[in-house]
Design a protein around this ligand. Structure first.
Ligand code: FAD
Length: 337
């Protein structure tokens, strides 16, 4: 049997979360290996596509708070790589004016002093032509929001990781994990050892977690993407200042509807029951760290999640309260069913 290659840390999965975690680890001078099952770049996970929405507007305060740093870290990466990754478009948030969800978005933005414009039925069409504001709906614009150039961002994060000495091995599917003080990872092509492991395997998370006796309640969904046909050609184009948009969940609306002034991309989503992320250590093996369940809204958080998974791997106190993202909450949910 060939001898194992030894690293400080191994990260499984070169989606947005794995790529940023690997980048953070190598920035902290750790010898890091990033393993990916497919040939990079690929379109079979959750992180591919031209664009993703970035916003501070959330109905939970902790996400808005994390995105304050998220914007700084995206800008820092743009500076480091000399590549444009973000375009501001604004985000139009609409929903029944007195519904819990709409009011939560509004109050989170107000509480965090995020620049926003509240629109009225009288001035709505001056700001947003070609869209109808329904009777009883409220509308506001998170003016900090916009689009991230997703494919480009992934390439840049992996490029910076490589530039700082990180090793990327694609076309290497992880087939086995042996936990311990030293973790041993086997792939279709080799065997690797490290003192710490990060699993950011997206929709494949449970397949890998089975090797370390863990199962998370993740629902894998292939997402539906609709294309709005413009009545007036180009009226929904980013150059015509058409914003991103999001409909808050009213009592009667079950679907989560949002859109970008752009085209493309089907993809996979893995949803947790409460739609919050999983960012935690393995309950039994402290040197195995897990980032998954990004529930269709994780891209914008990539740099912050990377930083948090790196901090957990290094045994540091994480920069944010991670209680909403702990694995143990699923036990609580189960017992309350
Ligand atoms: C259509 C769509 C629209 C979205 N829109 C937005 C948006 O507007 N804004 C936003 O913030 N977020 C959005 N999201 C969510 C965001 O894109 C995801 O949360 C994010 O990409 C998840 O990244 P990930 O790294 O966890 O997963 P992935 O990108 O799926 O990465 C996991 C990687 O692990 C690899 N892997 C798995 N198993 C193995 C193995 N055994 N060995 C080696 N490698 C393995 C996979 O091949 C894959 O590359 C959207 C998602 C989709 C699908």
């Amino acid at each position: 049997m060939s001898t194992a290659e030894v690293y400080d840390y191994i990260v499984i999965g070169a989606g947005v979360q794995g790529s940023f975690t690997a980048y953070q680890l190598v920035k902290r001078k750790k010898k890091t290996l990033l393993l990916e099952q497919f040939t990079l770049p690929h379109t079979r996970g959750s992180s591919h596509g031209q664009t993703r929405m970035i916003r501070k507007a959330y109905d939970q305060n902790f996400y808005t708070h994390m995105m304050e740093e998220g914007y700084e870290l995206w800008a820092q990466l743009e500076r480091e790589a000399g590549v444009k990754l973000f375009r501001r478009t604004g985000l139009l948030v609409m929903g029944p004016e007195n519904s819990r969800s709409y009011l939560d978005f509004k109050s989170t933005l107000e509480k965090n002093k995020i620049p926003m414009v509240v629109l009225t039925p009288d001035n709505f069409n001056q700001h947003i032509p070609n869209v109808i504001l329904a009777d009883g709906d409220g509308a506001l614009v998170d003016t900090t929001a916009g689009v991230l150039y997703a494919d480009r961002a992934l390439k840049v994060a992996q490029g910076q990781f490589h530039k700082l000495g990180g090793v990327i091995k694609d076309q290497e599917k992880v087939t086995d994990i042996k936990p311990g003080l030293t973790v041993t990872v086997s792939t279709s092509a080799g065997v690797y050892q490290a003192k710490g492991l990060v699993i950011t395997a997206g929709a494949w998370a449970n397949e890998l977690l089975a090797h370390v006796n863990l199962h998370l309640p993740l629902e894998v969904m292939r997402i539906n993407v609709c294309y709005w046909k413009e009545k007036v050609p180009d009226s929904y184009h980013v150059n015509k200042r058409f914003p991103c948009f999001l409909l808050t969940e009213g009592e009667e609306a079950k679907d989560h509807i949002y859109g970008l002034p752009s085209n493309e991309y089907p993809g996979l989503m893995k949803l947790t029951p409460d739609r919050h992320f999983v960012v935690d250590r393995h309950p039994a093996y402290g040197n195995i760290v897990i980032g998954t369940g990004f529930s269709g809204h994780g891209f914008k958080f990539g740099p912050v999640i990377g930083k948090l998974l790196c901090e957990l791997s290094l045994g540091e106190v994480p920069s944010y309260d991670l209680s909403p993202f702990q694995i143990s909450r699923f036990q609580t949910m189960k017992s309350s069913l």
